[in-house]
Design a protein around this ligand. Structure first.
Ligand code: ARG
Length: 461
């Protein structure tokens, strides 16, 4: 059958129902440039092993150039009868190079080692793109932290006021997970740098081709160790899906805070007009759609990961057609992140913080009660007692509608003789924040140090 990669042993062609089910060109066509790069490298290996003369290699490379141009300008496309990108490109190559030369390219390779290689090429490229976009989000967070070196906000646990913290400290707590995500992608890159080309269908090639030559040509560090594993495993794809889903989740957590901060009740941030949306009926609305899409898409990325893992579970060695289902999940993840991250970075970069409101709320909810207890410890009171005394002071203030620094000297003394008037010295948010100067703490000097560390870590990636 003209154009198909198989058919010799079949009396009839594929049914239209099979064709419709089997066809993958609607999504794997985007691997065409990688397929052609693989073919160039494979042609070089065939030449090195004596299966293509120098003239044939030249003819093959010219034909592959023509094929690449045709794909790039859209004159060469996949037909409905093409099973996948490999079949479609081979059909075009035969037309360009003629069946005599064109028919020589397939020796010693299989779509099984090809596809395993091409997916890695695609993922390695896009891991680079996504990493750069994550760096842009980190840069936007860092710029906001830099712009607010001493501003104070209410720090929360259980979404309740806990202790005052620097806004910069809180923001950087969203940047560090993204730094680890970048490091995770880099570590993934080490495992993704092995080339499966040469593994053949599953058992390797008998033609004496050099897989290392192909690996080098395609920019890999090395070749895979086991031809069965090379064609049957997709842990590299699944790990990519995890690393990218984690990026989605880390971005989503900041997104959720921005959504909450943007409510009237919080009033911590104002979104830039260019990075917020309106309502078709309520003229006053300004909605945090970018943050909501970040939150929503992270669910989709988790689905891509879990769907892929479910596909892989229980697959016997070696290649099974199920593995064709590995591509759409990660292609979708890549597409989503590549549109989400730039919008997200822009939203973060243009956020305006209402620092006065944050500062005003920071001491509320008795968030300095820990400072009272720790001051007592410094006066020699055991922490157990200090915790009790501070708790009693909170109860007294709550019952009398006072803040912690508002009781009279007599009222303090009535709560506990340890509460001398000097207690007032630690009852400011600035004092509280400055006092938390242990490593990784929220004191301004420590946060400045942390900012420098983070910038350095990103620079070394
Ligand atoms: N299109 C397939 C995939 O994406 C590769 C082809 C292998 N097909 C086969 N019948 N061995 O995994």
């Amino acid at each position: 059958r003209a154009g198909a990669l198989w058919g010799g042993r079949f009396a009839s062609g594929p049914s239209p129902e099979l064709q419709a089910l089997s066809k993958s060109t609607q999504f794997d066509w985007q691997l065409a440039p990688y397929d052609i790069a693989g073919s160039r490298a494979h042609a070089a290996a065939l030449n090195a092993a004596g299966y293509l003369t120098a003239a044939e290699l030249k003819g093959m490379l010219d034909a592959l150039d023509a094929l690449e141009r045709g794909v790039a300008d859209g004159t060469l496309t996949a037909a409905d009868s093409d099973e996948d990108v490999h079949s479609a490109l081979e059909r075009h190559l035969m037309a360009i190079a003629g069946p005599e030369l064109g028919g020589k390219l397939r020796a010693g390779r299989s779509r099984n080692d090809q596809i395993a290689t091409l997916v890695r090429l695609y993922l390695r490229d896009h891991a680079g793109v996504i990493a750069r976009l994550v760096v842009d989000v980190i840069d936007a967070i860092v710029a906001q932290a830099n712009a607010h070196p001493t501003e104070i906000m209410p720090g929360r646990t259980h979404l309740q006021h806990a202790q005052p913290v620097l806004l910069a400290h809180h923001l950087l707590a969203h940047a560090w997970p993204l730094v680890r995500d970048l490091e995770r992608l880099r570590d993934w890159g080490v495992r993704a740098a092995a080339s499966p080309y040469g593994a053949g269908a599953l058992a390797g090639s008998s033609l004496g081709l050099d897989p290392a030559l192909v690996a080098r040509e395609l920019g890999f560090d090395r070749t895979t160790e086991n031809s069965i594993d090379a064609t049957a495993s997709r842990d590299v794809v699944a790990e990519f899906a995890f690393a990218t889903a984690m990026i989605g989740i880390d971005v989503s957590r900041l997104a959720e805070e921005i959504i909450v901060w943007n409510t009237r009740e919080f009033g911590f941030v104002t979104l830039h007009d260019g990075f917020s949306t309106g309502s078709s009926i309520m003229p006053q609305k300004k909605n945090p759609d970018i943050a909501e899409l970040a939150r929503g898409k992270s669910g989709r990325l988790i689905g891509n990961l879990t769907g892929l893992l479910a596909t892989l579970k229980g697959l016997p060695l070696a290649y099974n057609r199920d593995l064709q289902e590995d591509k759409e999940p990660v292609f979708d993840t890549v597409t989503q992140l590549e549109v989400l991250l730039p919008a997200f970075a822009g939203m973060v970069a243009t956020l305006r913080f209402d620092v006065d409101r944050m500062a005003e709320l920071a001491p509320q909810g008795f968030s300095l009660a820990t400072d009272v207890a720790e001051w007592l410890v410094k006066q020699g009171v055991p922490f157990r007692d200090a915790h009790e005394i501070s708790g009693s002071l909170v109860r007294f203030c709550e019952e009398n509608g006072l803040d912690l620094d508002q009781p009279t000297d007599e009222q303090y003394a009535a709560v506990s003789p340890h509460l001398t008037p000097e207690i007032r010295s630690v009852l400011t948010v600035q004092g509280s924040v400055a006092s938390r100067n242990g490593v990784g703490g929220t004191a301004p000097d420590r946060v400045a140090e942390q900012l420098a560390q983070l910038t350095e870590r990103v620079r070394h990636l």
